[in-house]
Write a protein that binds this ligand. Structure first.
Ligand code: UD1
Length: 463
């Protein structure tokens, strides 16, 4: 093993073998097969936080958001709000947002293009100011990701929407400048469209009904935040959401729910390293499909306390997975589960139905010895007895987590590059893993400038 590690070290020419800070580091070096033990704290949900930050634009008063994760995506959303004239003050995991004075309604392209979720400001801006200019976010590594459903819904609420030079121009017609309640059927239960339209409807005149709405816990969290500001919303968490518009919303103090995807990733960290670990805070109901699939694989997850889980590993066996909108199996857990299935005895079939290009981690897992064939939207995984450490490149946020998980279980050393993906959505992943006993550190690689794939960095807009 030591010989193998040295070989990898030599081939990658480590410039500096000492641990580096997040800012200047470029890869994670992981020594696999180290058992984990102990407890991990789960951060606030990234996807809730992003939507709720956009939602503060609805309110003409101060809002306090607690349990905000410290992530690159959150920093980007803060920049988008600042660019609109919003005042932000962050102390650790608490963010005070004063959107009483929004300077203008135009979100800058260079920011929106880096964070797809920032497009969601279009709903609140339009509802509050009667006008919004938001660039189309464009496609990304996992798929085309259109916003037609958001646009159509806003049009149904009376907005005049035009796309000119890549910018969505939305204006409310009529003298009163208020959106009108409407019956909206979504062709697909899009999380972003549901959130955009729900936010817009909170200040619209009359009642809006969103049918075939997304039911994700982050949609419910956003609805609860809006309700805490005085919005009238019912049905969030079901496929029909009804919103009765009010003239204005008021200040609130709100704590974000725990991140179910981060929690799921740590459950798999326990399973893949055959280690018993516990995690909190979590809302176990949000993890039902992940816990059920872990059970089929042979991994028990015990609810120790209302918000605390313990993962109890077992011999891993194959199972099939199909990603679906909530309460189906989350697409944001597909890559991590694939890492686990590479080491599970038998053949598994993973079907990705939510995004059209979300199997790019297959090639990287294969570099570590995984046996996976891709046919269309299906990945057929034949379990292998072991993975071996290798240099690999993260292709998107959750793929980066999958490679870290594979590295924890592999023999020898793995080097995960493309860490800008990881830092978008995992708060201090390596520190949390180190506290569980994992052996990993950030390092800088000499080869960065020569081998960094411009495609990986040019458009980092992902989930
Ligand atoms: C959100 C999550 C992301 C997660 C995804 C699906 C955030 C910030 N991100 O992304 O982590 O992976 O939900 O659970 O919350 N679609 C259309 N037309 C539209 C909108 C969407 O066809 O107008 C399609 C998309 O191309 C995709 C599918 O719907 O195939 C799901 O997308 P959507 O639910 O909108 O995902 P996001 O809200 O972007």
């Amino acid at each position: 093993m030591i010989v193998e590690d040295r070989a990898i070290n030599a081939s990658l020419s480590l410039k500096n073998p000492k641990p580096l800070t997040k800012e200047n580091a470029s890869a994670l070096q992981i020594w696999g097969k180290v058992p984990l033990r102990g407890h991990v704290n789960i951060s606030g949900a990234k996807n809730s936080a992003l939507a709720i930050m956009a939602g503060t634009l609805l309110c003409g008063e101060d809002c306090r958001i607690r349990n905000l994760p410290n992530l690159v995506d959150i920093a980007r959303m803060s920049q988008v709000l600042s660019a609109l004239g919003v005042k932000l003050n962050r102390q650790n995991n608490t963010l005070d947002i004063d959107s009483s004075h929004i300077g203008h309604s135009k979100a800058p392209y260079e920011l929106v293009s880096q964070l797809r979720a920032s497009f969601f400001v279009i709903g609140p801006l339009l509802a509050r100011l009667g006008s919004a200019r938001v660039p189309l976010p464009g496609g990304c590594a996992i798929g085309a990701r259109p916003v037609a459903l958001h646009v159509r819904g806003l049009q149904a609420m009376g907005a005049d929407v035009r796309i000119e030079h890549g910018i969505v121009h939305a204006d409310v017609k009529g003298r009163e400048g208020r959106l009108k309640g409407a019956n909206i059927y979504l062709d697909y239960p899009s999380v972003g469209a549901t959130e955009t339209l729900m936010m817009a409807a909170t200040l619209a005149q009359g009642e809006t009904i969103i049918d075939n709405a997304a039911q994700e816990p982050e949609v419910v969290d956003l609805a609860n935040f809006c309700r805490a500001m005085g919005a009238k919303i019912r049905g969030a968490g079901t496929n029909t959401i009804t919103i009765v518009g009010v003239p204005r919303l008021h200040s609130t103090d709100y704590a974000i729910i725990p991140d179910r995807i981060e929690a799921g990733t740590f459950l798999i960290a326990g399973a893949i390293t055959q280690s018993e670990i516990s995690l909190s805070p979590v809302l176990p109901d949000h993890l039902t499909p992940v816990i059920a699939k872990l059970g089929e694989v042979g991994v028990r997850v015990v609810v120790e306390a209302p918000n605390r889980l313990r993962v109890i590993p077992g011999a891993l066996k194959a199972t099939d997975i199909k990603t679906l909108p909530y309460p189906g199996f989350p697409t944001d857990m597909q890559a991590q589960f694939m890492a686990l299935l590479t080491l599970s005895e038998g053949n598994s079939v993973i079907t990705e139905t939510v995004f059209e290009n979300r199997l790019r981690h297959v090639a990287e897992l294969s570099r570590m010895g995984a046996d996976i064939r891709v046919k269309g939207q299906n990945a057929i995984v034949r379990g292998v007895p072991f993975l071996s450490g290798a240099p690999v490149m993260a292709t998107d946020l959750r793929a980066s987590a999958a490679l870290v998980l594979a590295g924890l279980a592999a023999e020898g050393m793995t080097i995960v590059k493309g860490l800008h993906h990881l830092d978008r959505g995992y708060e201090d992943l390596e520190t949390k893993l180190q506290n569980l006993g994992a052996k990993l550190e950030r390092v800088q690689l000499q080869e960065d400038s020569e081998e960094d794939d411009p495609k990986q960095t040019a458009n980092p807009v992902l989930s």
